[in-house]
Design a protein around this ligand. Sequence first.
Ligand code: ZN
Length: 167
Amino acid sequence: MTDNTISENSVASVHYTGTLPDSGEVFDSSEGRDPLTFLVGHKQMIPGFEEEMMGAKVGERREFTLTAERAYGERDDEAVLQIPRDNFAQLEEQSPLEVGMQLVAQMPHGPSPFTVTELTDETVTADFNHALSGKSLTFSVEVVELRAASEEELSHGHAHGPGGHHH
Ligand code: ZN
Protein backbone atom coordinates (compact mmCIF):
# COMPACT_ATOMS: atom_id res chain seq x y z
CA MET A 1 0.00 0.00 0.00
CA THR A 2 1.29 3.43 -0.83
CA ASP A 3 -0.20 6.41 0.93
CA ASN A 4 0.61 9.95 -0.06
CA THR A 5 2.46 10.94 3.08
CA ILE A 6 6.11 10.53 4.05
CA SER A 7 6.50 6.98 5.34
CA GLU A 8 8.93 4.09 5.34
CA ASN A 9 10.21 3.35 1.80
CA SER A 10 8.77 6.45 0.20
CA VAL A 11 11.03 8.72 -1.85
CA ALA A 12 10.65 12.29 -0.68
CA SER A 13 11.89 15.48 -2.32
CA VAL A 14 12.08 18.44 0.02
CA HIS A 15 13.30 22.00 0.11
CA TYR A 16 14.93 22.80 3.42
CA THR A 17 16.83 25.42 5.31
CA GLY A 18 18.90 24.49 8.34
CA THR A 19 19.79 27.14 10.92
CA LEU A 20 21.62 27.18 14.21
CA PRO A 21 18.94 28.09 16.77
CA ASP A 22 21.31 30.16 18.92
CA SER A 23 22.70 32.47 16.23
CA GLY A 24 20.17 32.05 13.42
CA GLU A 25 23.08 31.31 11.08
CA VAL A 26 22.10 29.24 8.02
CA PHE A 27 24.43 26.21 7.80
CA ASP A 28 22.77 24.54 4.81
CA SER A 29 19.91 25.20 2.44
CA SER A 30 18.47 23.83 -0.79
CA GLU A 31 17.43 27.39 -1.72
CA GLY A 32 18.31 27.98 -5.39
CA ARG A 33 19.18 24.32 -5.91
CA ASP A 34 17.29 21.14 -6.76
CA PRO A 35 15.28 19.82 -3.85
CA LEU A 36 16.93 17.13 -1.75
CA THR A 37 15.63 13.65 -2.61
CA PHE A 38 15.98 10.76 -0.20
CA LEU A 39 14.68 7.27 0.47
CA VAL A 40 12.86 7.28 3.80
CA GLY A 41 13.89 4.72 6.43
CA HIS A 42 17.34 3.85 5.03
CA LYS A 43 19.60 6.08 7.13
CA GLN A 44 20.17 8.53 4.29
CA MET A 45 19.19 11.36 6.62
CA ILE A 46 19.97 12.20 10.24
CA PRO A 47 17.45 10.29 12.39
CA GLY A 48 15.48 13.22 13.83
CA PHE A 49 14.90 14.76 10.41
CA GLU A 50 12.94 11.75 9.14
CA GLU A 51 11.09 11.28 12.45
CA GLU A 52 9.85 14.87 12.35
CA MET A 53 8.78 14.60 8.70
CA MET A 54 6.84 11.33 8.99
CA GLY A 55 3.24 11.69 7.79
CA ALA A 56 3.85 14.98 5.96
CA LYS A 57 2.03 15.54 2.63
CA VAL A 58 3.16 17.26 -0.55
CA GLY A 59 3.02 21.02 -0.01
CA GLU A 60 3.23 20.69 3.77
CA ARG A 61 5.82 22.74 5.66
CA ARG A 62 7.28 21.77 8.98
CA GLU A 63 9.73 23.47 11.26
CA PHE A 64 11.48 21.69 14.11
CA THR A 65 14.58 21.83 16.26
CA LEU A 66 16.65 18.70 16.86
CA THR A 67 18.95 18.17 19.80
CA ALA A 68 22.49 17.12 18.86
CA GLU A 69 21.71 13.54 19.77
CA ARG A 70 18.93 13.41 17.14
CA ALA A 71 21.08 15.25 14.57
CA TYR A 72 24.82 14.64 14.09
CA GLY A 73 25.44 13.27 17.59
CA GLU A 74 27.40 14.55 20.54
CA ARG A 75 31.03 15.47 20.07
CA ASP A 76 33.43 12.59 20.73
CA ASP A 77 36.75 13.63 22.26
CA GLU A 78 38.27 10.35 21.07
CA ALA A 79 37.61 11.40 17.49
CA VAL A 80 40.28 14.10 17.91
CA LEU A 81 43.65 12.65 16.92
CA GLN A 82 47.24 13.85 17.02
CA ILE A 83 48.99 12.95 13.78
CA PRO A 84 52.74 13.46 13.18
CA ARG A 85 53.17 16.41 10.84
CA ASP A 86 55.69 14.38 8.79
CA ASN A 87 52.75 12.37 7.45
CA PHE A 88 51.61 15.51 5.65
CA ALA A 89 54.97 16.33 4.08
CA GLN A 90 53.89 15.35 0.59
CA LEU A 91 50.67 17.34 0.81
CA GLU A 92 52.48 20.36 2.22
CA GLU A 93 54.71 20.53 -0.84
CA GLN A 94 51.58 21.65 -2.69
CA SER A 95 49.69 23.61 -0.04
CA PRO A 96 50.78 24.37 3.51
CA LEU A 97 48.47 23.23 6.28
CA GLU A 98 46.33 25.79 8.03
CA VAL A 99 44.07 25.65 11.06
CA GLY A 100 40.46 25.27 9.89
CA MET A 101 41.40 23.30 6.77
CA GLN A 102 39.15 20.38 5.87
CA LEU A 103 40.94 17.29 4.60
CA VAL A 104 40.03 13.69 3.92
CA ALA A 105 41.95 10.77 5.39
CA GLN A 106 41.93 7.37 3.69
CA MET A 107 40.89 5.03 6.50
CA PRO A 108 40.35 1.24 6.34
CA HIS A 109 36.55 1.75 6.29
CA GLY A 110 36.71 4.47 3.61
CA PRO A 111 37.39 8.18 3.31
CA SER A 112 36.98 10.15 6.55
CA PRO A 113 36.79 13.94 6.50
CA PHE A 114 38.43 15.88 9.30
CA THR A 115 39.23 19.45 10.27
CA VAL A 116 42.70 20.67 11.26
CA THR A 117 42.14 22.30 14.65
CA GLU A 118 45.71 22.82 15.85
CA LEU A 119 49.16 22.86 14.29
CA THR A 120 52.66 22.64 15.68
CA ASP A 121 55.93 21.87 13.91
CA GLU A 122 55.60 18.25 15.05
CA THR A 123 51.87 17.53 15.25
CA VAL A 124 48.62 18.07 13.43
CA THR A 125 45.46 17.91 15.55
CA ALA A 126 42.75 16.34 13.40
CA ASP A 127 39.11 16.55 14.51
CA PHE A 128 37.06 13.78 12.88
CA ASN A 129 33.82 14.96 14.52
CA HIS A 130 31.21 16.19 12.09
CA ALA A 131 31.30 19.99 12.00
CA LEU A 132 27.68 20.01 13.24
CA SER A 133 28.13 17.46 16.02
CA GLY A 134 27.25 18.68 19.50
CA LYS A 135 24.86 21.28 18.06
CA SER A 136 21.10 21.67 18.11
CA LEU A 137 19.78 22.29 14.61
CA THR A 138 16.57 23.93 13.40
CA PHE A 139 15.12 22.86 10.07
CA SER A 140 12.40 24.44 7.99
CA VAL A 141 11.23 21.87 5.45
CA GLU A 142 8.70 21.84 2.61
CA VAL A 143 7.68 18.62 0.87
CA VAL A 144 7.70 19.16 -2.90
CA GLU A 145 7.34 15.62 -4.24
CA LEU A 146 6.53 12.18 -2.93
CA ARG A 147 6.48 8.77 -4.59
CA ALA A 148 6.92 5.09 -3.79
CA ALA A 149 10.47 3.72 -4.11
CA SER A 150 11.34 1.36 -6.97
CA GLU A 151 12.64 -2.15 -6.30
CA GLU A 152 16.06 -0.99 -7.45
CA GLU A 153 16.10 1.95 -5.04
CA LEU A 154 15.07 -0.31 -2.17
CA SER A 155 17.84 -2.80 -2.94
CA HIS A 156 20.43 0.00 -3.19
CA GLY A 157 19.17 1.76 -0.07
CA HIS A 158 19.05 5.21 -1.68
CA ALA A 159 16.93 7.30 -4.04
CA HIS A 160 17.77 7.62 -7.74
CA GLY A 161 17.07 10.38 -10.23
CA PRO A 162 17.15 14.18 -9.97
CA GLY A 163 18.21 15.28 -6.52
CA GLY A 164 18.97 11.67 -5.57
CA HIS A 165 21.84 9.31 -6.26
CA HIS A 166 23.39 9.05 -9.73
CA HIS A 167 25.18 6.04 -11.14
ZN1 ZN B 1 21.67 3.08 -6.57
